[in-house]
Design a protein around this ligand. Structure first.
Ligand code: PLP
Length: 440
């Protein structure tokens, strides 16, 4: 690679802020995953599909705030809704009418009747795990190796395990993914590979009457993009139900991005519980948990108290209502599908023209390049991918004015309703520079 590919865009003010921040922000950022290589990017503002850093560099924003940005930045409908609500009060800890409208939309999109709100994906999946335990009276849960569900104790297990400790692929060990997680909690989370239904059956057979349920990303999206094999999701639901256990889809990443009704509608398998966050709030922090009448009666009857001072707060609900009714309509999804098809086809052409053994994976508004010729079906295969191409890709896109999520192969790009075909062209043009280097 030439020096211009490697050299990061000049960010003197950003670098100065980064240095000053270490005095008062632990590690110099507001969340540990903002400190991604090669350097944190300090942003100033966004408009539509674009963002500007504090040094005035402009980028096409395909990072989308880790997948929350399907509405783009400062969408007029969301600005109007939030502006009106700000002047009428931002917090009451009592429901406002917007919450009712958002819940109605979620019930219709995701085919589950009853909903509650929370403030982050972590809170939603924590409620889901609690709820599965409360409804079944059991403690053990099943989780997929490599799936990320946020940072509470029960799911911070085998997110990115050290394979020396992770045991064989057909019988993975439960490995804590963070310090601070008690062993006793880790042991209650049993691990299976994605697309491995037999492993779920085995755990249920070996632990009769002990498994409350399983939490899974219906499309794995913290390992590039790994799609479920035909029959896998329905098989999970039926297998779990036959053992009296529940199924939770963590749709924090797939919700609204895989389609109007997320992966649930896309794959036609209705779980017992769905978790939403990220792209629900039109850029504001909110989350939702939906369930069947049977499951949610545990909340309605006070068996499980699902609580939070800012749950369903008026500002987030105003933004979410505008997002689900005014922004994410049929024409928005047609536009997203056009852009996604453009990106996939053009990048696939570049890969072919340069004779590279890579492919594009895309689900709805999200996509990524898999630096391998064959589809990846589980986390262990994903770990085999050479990440140097992913890292160089990030750098070349960054220097070429496209902001992707960090870490090369782990995350995806997210198209927003505000992006244009010219934005996709910029992604493709930059990608071609990577292809030229790879071909050499
Ligand atoms: N679930 C999935 C699938 C996620 O990707 C994430 C975050 O990346 C979470 C849950 C946690 O969401 P949050 O960061 O809002 O707590």
């Amino acid at each position: 690679a030439s020096e211009s590919d490697i050299f990061i865009r000049r960010q003197p003010r950003g670098s100065a802020l980064g240095t000053a921040a270490t005095d008062v922000l632990a590690g110099g950022a507001t969340s540990s995953w903002q400190i991604a290589d090669p350097q944190p990017v300090w942003l100033d503002h966004g408009a539509g599909g674009h963002i500007w850093d504090v040094d005035g560099n402009e980028y096409v924003d395909l990072h989308g705030g880790y997948g929350a940005g399907i509405a783009g930045h400062a969408h007029p409908a969301i600005v109007a809704a939030v502006t009106e609500q700000v002047s009428r009060g931002t917090h009451f800890a009592q429901p406002t009418e917007d919450a009712l409208w958002v819940a109605r939309s979620l019930a219709q999109r995701y085919d589950l009747p009853l909903w509650r709100f929370a403030n982050s994906g972590t809170e939603a999946t924590m409620d889901a795990v609690h709820l599965m335990r409360a409804v079944t009276g059991r403690d053990m849960i099943i989780k997929v190796e490599g799936c990320y569900h946020g940072h509470h104790d029960s799911v911070q297990v085998s997110v990115s395990p050290d394979l020396d400790e992770a045991g064989p692929a057909h019988r993975p060990e439960s490995v804590p993914s963070s310090t601070g997680i008690p062993t006793a909690i880790t042991e209650l989370t049993r691990i299976v590979g994605f697309n491995d239904l037999d492993a779920v059956r085995r755990i249920l057979d070996e632990n009769p009457g002990q498994v409350a349920g399983m939490i899974v990303e219906p499309v794995m999206m913290n390992a590039g993009i790994i799609t479920p094999e035909p029959g896998y999701l329905a098989g999970l639901r039926d297998t779990l139900h036959s053992a009296g256990a529940l199924l939770t889809f963590d749709e924090v990443k797939t919700g609204f991005t895989a389609g109007p009704g997320g992966a649930t509608a896309r794959f036609g398998v209705r779980p017992d519980i769905i978790c939403l966050a990220k792209s629900l709030g039109g850029g504001l922090s909110t989350a939702a948990i939906g369930g069947t009448s049977d499951v949610m009666s545990a909340i309605a009857d006070g068996i499980y108290e699902q609580v939070g001072t800012f749950n369903g707060n008026p500002l987030a609900m105003a933004a979410a209502r505008a997002n689900v009714y005014q922004v994410l309509d049929d024409s928005a999804y047609r536009h997203l599908a056009d852009l996604a098809a453009h990106a996939s086809a053009a990048i696939t052409d570049v890969i072919a023209a340069h004779g590279l053994a890579w492919h594009v994976k895309s689900v709805g508004a999200k996509g990524c390049v898999i630096f391998s010729p064959t589809p990846v079906t589980d986390y262990r295969e994903f770990l085999q991918l050479d990440d140097r191409w992913g890292q160089l890709h990030w750098l070349i896109q960054h220097n070429g004015g496209v902001f992707l999520p960090p870490w090369g192969k782990v995350e995806q790009w997210l198209l927003s309703v505000a992006h244009t075909h010219a934005d996709v062209d910029r992604l493709v043009t930059n990608f071609e520079r990577l292809a030229v280097i790879a071909e050499e």
